[in-house]
Design a protein around this ligand. Structure first.
Ligand code: SF4
Ligand code: SF4
Length: 76
């Protein structure tokens, strides 16, 4: 069966974090292959580097709480 279409490395999307949903499990950090999830001293939540993020969605499917989401770079 074909995989469902999802945002990919086309520059139109990036991940964003909903801090209210993040429990700081840190499962997402090793998943990002683009160095776009940054650690912040004293903080367990990731900081998304939107310039490095390709919008691949790998972290989104890994996050158990739904705290990471893909959003469009294009504001409407
Ligand atoms: S996987 Fe999700 S809940 Fe865990 S630290 Fe990352 S963003 Fe937060
Ligand atoms: S969407 Fe992909 S590139 Fe962006 S932070 Fe998540 S895993 Fe990294």
């Amino acid at each position: 069966m074909a995989e469902a279409a999802r945002p990919d490395s086309n520059g139109l999307f990036h991940a964003s974090l909903d801090e209210s949903l993040c429990d700081g499990c840190r499962l997402c950090f090793p998943i990002c292959k683009h160095g776009a999830l940054l650690t912040v001293p004293g903080e367990r939540m990731p900081l998304v580097d939107v310039h490095a993020c390709t919008g691949c969605g790998d972290c989104v499917t890994t996050c158990p709480t739904g705290a990471l989401q893909i959003q469009s770079r294009i504001r409407v």
